[in-house]
Design a protein around this ligand. Structure first.
Ligand code: 5GP
Length: 236
């Protein structure tokens, strides 16, 4: 199938989503725009559209090969991919292997503190409320997902963590934490959104250097170069 781009269905901070002539699919178009801190910090990262598209495509294929269903269908060009049309569950699922970012701050832990098992967190996807952290009971009472769905989501998130941790380790990267989004398709819950330096914390295994969006958030410099370095290692 060679889809034609239809109406713009949705525009987010980092992606545009277009309809196609086929009700089953959307085209995701990645942007170079970068935002942080609830959109209060704005900028752009040259080449980020290509990095996030090609890195997500590769990782979705790696996960599919391990039996995890994703929305990925195919790469269309450097910054666009064809995906299954999911009904996104408005919950951000965060998996952490080391304390960093929000968790380090909230709990007074030093960034980089090892966790003896992965920590799974949920946040309500809501710009107005600044994505508050919620738990499985909140998800149930807000009717965001059924208990069966949330059990499946947590299982999938932990399996995805295992697969990605090993994948990145071979490429001399530590997967510190990452954010996933899931959606409904064909009566099943499958992985959607993207997996990129925008949504993962990735540190060089030897130097501990940050190679992800924290370089933009924290004005660390070498932002474009770090995104390109991650893509190079992912595609190696
Ligand atoms: P934290 O809660 O420490 O800010 O984020 C944990 C992990 O999830 C980080 O890898 C971060 O990049 C990712 N993450 C959490 N919320 C968001 C979000 O709203 N957008 C993006 N792109 N990533 C997020």
């Amino acid at each position: 199938m060679n889809p034609t781009k239809g109406a713009l269905r949705y525009e987010g901070k980092a992606k545009k989503v277009y309809e196609t002539e086929d009700q089953q699919y959307f085209i995701v178009s990645y942007k170079t725009d970068a935002t942080a801190f609830d959109g209060k910090k704005k900028g752009s990262i040259d080449g980020k559209d290509r990095v996030n598209n090609l890195m997500s495509a590769k990782l979705f294929q790696v996960l599919e090969a391990e039996g995890i269903r994703t929305h990925f269908e195919k790469v269309l060009d450097d910054h666009e991919m064809l995906v299954k049309r999911l009904k996104i569950i408005p919950v951000e699922v965060i998996v952490r292997n080391l304390a960093a970012g929000g968790m380090a701050k909230k709990l007074g832990l030093e960034e980089g503190t090892a966790l003896f098992k992965p920590v799974v967190e949920y946040c309500l996807k809501s710009d107005e409320l600044s994505d508050p952290m919620i738990n499985e009971d909140h998800i149930a009472v807000l009717k965001l997902a059924s208990e069966e769905e949330i059990t499946k989501i947590k299982e999938m998130a932990l399996k995805i963590n295992e697969v990605l941790r090993g994948f990145f380790e071979k490429r001399e990267l530590t997967l510190v934490d990452f954010k996933l989004e899931f959606g409904r398709f064909d009566g099943d819950v499958i992985l959607g959104d993207e997996i990129s330096p925008d949504t993962c914390r990735l540190w060089d295994r030897k130097t501990g250097e940050r190679l992800d969006k924290d370089r933009f958030r924290r004005d660390l410099g070498l932002v474009e170069e770090s995104y390109q370095e991650v893509l190079k290692r992912v595609l190696a």
